[in-house]
Design a protein around this ligand. Structure first.
Ligand code: ADP
Ligand code: MG
Ligand code: ZN
Length: 589
């Protein structure tokens, strides 16, 4: 291969000598000039190129320091020009490459060197950590995560008066780890503890340690604890502890020496200090599973506070808090907003209020209206999910399906009233949705209410059958939910007439799995078959009811579906109006 390639390359060179001129020795060139054979020359820093008289043959020679050349050329009447190097690229690389190489080399050397030497000392002093003395955040700025806040009150009490607290026999926490998903308010809560207790707040992020040179992180930890001790009572807060405190494992690409040194130093400092002095180490992580178990041992982060996503009431409280400084229109119902934002963390809710305010401002409104808030929710939700475009026919099927759910839900008592129906696509699982908001949280449901709920779940599929005489896969989730509900009714709530008021508490779904350690079903195979038959009976009956309701109201079904196709979103009250139901009665579930 190589030989062949070389032969071809040499052949090409011979065939096309290209612009390469004939090289001549300088002495020959000088002779040619004297003999008057040279027509023209171009002289640059290193070379002299020229053409011979008559033949026009190009030649080239290396330039030699020759002060008499110009006189000679002039005498012979040779046309000559000077030329400077115009090859900027080769100039640039000639300078730049060595420079880059040096910088890289410098970096490598720095990383290998120990701290406290030359340039490192500078790096270290620059990275000194300062305490925030007057934290303005308090528990009043935290909402919706009451359990976590309650747990931290004790820490505040201790910081306010460490001596008094220990004299009373309080157990002093040394390290408090806040665990929870991103955006739930962990950082906020840590700051609030400092703000409530009026103590200095040293904070830094675990990732800041890791980017440093070997040994610097450990030195910083030492500095940090020394400083903190001199300013006790105070708080040291390490955000993103996971970046620093990952399990120490040997990696095939060398050890994470820097991180480990820092972590070891942190562990040593935590073991070393006396908690009675009033220093509390707080840390936050959203990935507790990767933490080095050594961090969680007694005397280290032995107090763990879970900061979870807020529930509906928590969300409402957080919304209220962030809407404090925002002018809301009278039609904005934060309860409804809270109900629509399941799964949102505090940061998402803060973001939601902000987004709604921006939308209102863009429309030159004086107040933030419910529309703005709803649009902001849609945007945030859409941002979380991936997009896919539906075909027109798909949209028709989905509109009809959702209309089916909504109509059945609006007609049957005991089910949550429909808030709105939407075929604005957001997720990839549910194509449209019918949003039912619980009128009040209920803990007890009657058999009839559950049967009605079953009918609502089957309303979508029934509508598709009635209008299109076919069914799509869109109803799959409904069927799963209906089956689960029916199973609970039969096996747990004792609501089946055939089986009677007996709870068959068993893992019926594990029936076919022979998992060691899992007890066999506490009921007989025959009973299992009966349960399955009852579930089927309930679901089929619900389907029949839903179909009956919708067949009778085919015109309404079509009207709601048409509205949905037009506007993508239809309010529950509009559905009730189409049915001819005063909205007040259906609201009172
Ligand atoms: P985390 O540290 O858990 O990722 P942050 O504390 O950084 O979350 O939260 C970011 C922002 O979101 C906060 O500054 C605050 O504005 C808002 N926020 C989050 N949780 C809450 C909450 N429970 N109450 C009020 N605001 C919150
Ligand atoms: Mg944080
Ligand atoms: Zn459905």
């Amino acid at each position: 291969m190589y030989a062949a390639g070389t032969v071809i390359a040499v052949g090409l060179l011979l065939a096309f000598p290209g612009p390469t001129a004939k090289r001549v020795p300088y002495s020959d060139f000088k002779q040619m000039v004297r003999a008057g054979q040279v027509a023209e020359v171009v002289i640059d820093e290193h070379r002299i190129r020229g053409t011979a008289k008559g033949s026009n043959e190009a030649f080239e020679t290396t330039r030699i320091e020759d002060p008499h050349l110009l006189e000679e050329l002039e005498r012979q009447g040779v046309k000559f020009t000077g030329e400077t190097e115009t090859n900027w690229w080769s100039n640039l690389t000639a300078w730049l490459l060595p420079l880059i190489a040096m910088i890289l080399l410098w970096g490598v050397i720095l990383r290998r060197m120990n701290p406290g030497q030359g340039a490192i000392a500078f790096e270290r002093s620059r990275a000194k950590i300062y305490a925030e003395d007057d934290v303005k955040v308090t528990f009043a700025d935290v909402a919706g995560i009451d359990e976590a806040t309650e747990e931290l009150r004790e820490v505040v009490e201790f910081l306010q008066n460490p001596k008094k607290y220990t004299n009373l026999g309080g157990r002093i926490p040394k390290g408090v780890l806040l665990l929870g998903p991103p955006g739930t308010g962990k950082t906020l809560l840590a700051r609030a503890v400092a703000g409530e207790a009026h103590v200095p707040f040293f904070s830094l992020s675990g990732s800041e340690f890791v980017e440093m040179f070997v040994g610097v992180g450990a030195a910083r930890v030492r500095d940090l604890f020394a400083q903190a001790e001199s300013r006790a009572p105070c708080i040291i807060f390490i955000d993103e502890l996971d970046a620093l405190g990952k399990t120490r494992v040997a990696s095939p690409f060398g050890t994470h020496e820097e991180r480990e040194q820092t972590l070891n130093q942190l562990l040593a400092e935590m073991d070393g200090f006396d908690p009675r002095k009033g220093v509390i180490v707080m840390a936050a992580t959203n990935r507790p599973e990767v933490l080095d178990p050594a961090l969680l041992r007694p005397g280290r982060f032995d107090r763990q506070v879970v900061v979870d996503r807020p529930d509906i009431r928590g969300r409402e409280a957080i919304l209220r808090l962030h809407a404090r400084s925002v002018k809301l229109a009278a039609n904005v119902d934060l309860k409804v907003v809270a109900a629509r934002t399941a799964g949102f963390a505090g940061a998402d809710l803060a973001n939601l209020i902000n987004e709604a305010t921006l939308l209102a401002a863009r429309k030159d409104r004086q107040e933030v209206a419910m529309e703005d808030v709803e649009e902001a929710i849609d945007r945030l939700l859409a941002g979380l999910k991936r997009k896919r475009v539906m075909s027109q026919h798909e949209r028709e099927i989905i509109a009809c399906h959702e209309a089916g759910h909504a109509i059945v839900a609006s007609l049957l008592p005991g089910v949550d009233p429909v808030h709105k129906i939407s075929i604005v696509q957001r997720g990839y699982e549910a194509l449209g949705h019918t949003l039912q908001l619980p009128a009040e949280e209920h803990y007890l449901a009657t058999r009839q209410a559950l049967l009605n709920q079953l009918a609502v779940l089957l309303g979508g599929r029934s509508a598709e059958e009635i209008v299109f005489q076919e069914i799509s896969t869109g109803a799959q989730n409904d069927l799963q939910r209906a089956t689960d509900l029916a199973r609970s009714m039969v096996a747990e709530y004792g609501m089946s007439e055939a089986l009677g008021p007996v709870a068959f508490k068993g893992r019926s779904r594990l029936r076919f799995l022979d998992v060691p350690g899992i007890e066999p079903e506490p009921f007989a195979e025959e009973t299992a078959r009966q349960i399955d038959a009852e579930i089927k009976h309930l679901v089929v009956e619900a389907h029949t009811r839903a179909s009956g309701i919708l067949r009778e109201r085919r015109a309404i079904l079509d009207a709601v579906a048409r509205q949905l196709m037009e506007r993508e979103v239809v309010e529950g009250s509009e559905v009730r109006a189409l049915i001819g139901q005063p909205s007040s009665t259906s609201q009172a579930a």
